[in-house]
Design a protein around this ligand. Structure first.
Ligand code: SAM
Length: 308
């Protein structure tokens, strides 16, 4: 039980928070300065902060300013725009990105894999019509829930004992979030998103000091290779490399031009007949690429002659 002193400390902290001016008010940004940040963030990441996002910019960058002891956003801009400050630009993008994610988020995508894709791969694999190596890319993987969900599902249905080798390449622009993903430790409350059987087989429940946490089992972690990759600038994996690409809930932050560029890059990396999954609020409209829709926000890459 918390001591009275600890309780007091906690309530003081809450009071301090409540009395503190909102971050956005502490640091202000003129329209001209906001436009400069808009451009810089766009050039670095492809993320376009709309004109209504000035308060968000101030709020999210306030911690960087405090950490560096820089008093104003104007001074911070002068600092971060310096070509020698590439690490600080990465920290700025870290602060700006939205990393919300969940295990088995948008469950219909996982149901699609389970009921359509996996049975076909298994049948083709058993008849020697395809290799038993399956390569998946979780582009913009955030703190790892998406690639680990894929790894758990595939470990169950395409087990190594039956000759399958499933590898998941998981990338994100944010090094901060990738460090969390790599640990593979989550609050136990997130277990409610994981199907019971998978939870039982592939997650370790913390005890003693780790109570309230769960950890992804080593065999699942070993299936996932986390790497830092900026979809706007990074060098993409080789052409035709992946059977499946999940690129979900990141295109929404891009403008039309960035979206086109990223989806073109992903298309090159996808094997013919490979599957592309976007977030359910995203689509390929306006991109004019060789895809056929299989289900909402699930696409397959067609062959050269438009067939598949
Ligand atoms: C909202 S999360 C989506 C996570 C996961 N795909 C999902 O659907 O649950 C968006 C992620 O995109 C990443 N991101 C934003 N811009 C990026 C870029 N240019 N390249 C790679 N990742 C980026 C962010 O760091 C963040 O982790």
């Amino acid at each position: 039980m918390a001591t009275t002193a600890a309780r007091l400390k906690k309530s003081e902290a809450r009071l301090e928070d409540a009395n503190a001016p909102p971050e956005a008010a502490r640091f202000s940004v003129t329209p001209a300065l906001f436009a400069k940040f808009q451009r810089l963030i766009y050039e670095e990441s492809g993320i376009w902060l709309g004109d209504s996002k000035a308060a968000l910019l101030c709020g999210r960058l306030s911690r960087r300013l405090r950490t560096l002891g820089i008093p104003t956003l104007d001074k911070y801009y002068q600092h971060v725009v310096n070509p020698a400050q590439s690490e600080e630009r990465a920290s700025m993008i870290d602060a700006i990105t939205t990393n919300e994610t969940r295990f088995f988020r948008e469950p219909k995508h996982f149901e699609f894999l389970e009921s359509h894709a996996i049975p076909r791969w298994r049948a083709d694999g058993d008849r020697g019509l395809r290799s038993k190596n399956l390569r998946i890319w979780s582009a913009a993987c955030s703190s790892g829930e998406e690639p680990y969900s894929l790894a758990m599902l595939l470990a169950r249905h395409l087990p190594a004992e039956q000759g399958w080798k499933v590898s998941i390449f998981a990338t994100d622009i944010s090094t901060r979030i990738l460090a969390l993903a790599l640990r593979g430790i989550y609050n136990i409350s997130k277990s409610r998103d994981i199907p019971q059987l998978l939870l039982k087989d592939y997650m370790l429940k913390g005890i003693d000091e780790q109570k309230g946490q769960m950890k992804v089992m080593p065999e699942i972690r070993a299936m996932v290779d986390f790497q830092n990759l900026n979809l706007m600038r990074g060098s993409y994996p080789p052409a035709g490399h992946f059977d499946v690409i999940f690129c979900r809930n990141v295109l929404i932050y891009f403008d039309r031009e960035s979206k086109q560029k990223v989806v073109q890059g992903l298309t090159r990396c996808l094997a013919r007949n490979g599957l592309l999954f976007l977030g359910q609020a995203e689509n390929l409209s306006g991109t004019n690429l060789p895809f056929r829709t299989l289900a909402p926000s699930v696409y397959t890459r067609m062959g050269e002659n438009g067939g598949h």
